[in-house]
Unconditional design. Structure first.
Length: 80
């Protein structure tokens, strides 16, 4: 009975450790960017404009618009 308990415990430990090394970290695919606050992103882009600036890549970004109920969210950009 003692040998069976040792073998079972060893099998459980091996299975748990095996799960640590076979996760999604080794897939080779880049992870998507974390969610970006849309209001902050837009204000940053408008504040950084010029005629020679390269376009900003927005594919694979997930935007969160936290100002959905704020009608004045962009007023500071357009009111002078």
């Amino acid at each position: 009975m003692n040998a069976l308990l040792k073998i079972s415990s060893l099998a459980v430990v091996v299975a748990m450790l095996g799960g640590c090394f076979g996760g999604s970290g080794g897939s080779g695919e880049p992870r998507p960017d974390p969610a970006v606050d849309f209001t902050a992103f837009v204000k940053t882009q408008i504040g950084n404009t010029n005629n020679t600036r390269a376009a900003v890549q927005i594919n694979d970004k997930e935007f969160n618009f936290n100002d959905q109920n704020n009608e004045q969210a962009f007023d500071d950009l357009f009111i002078q």
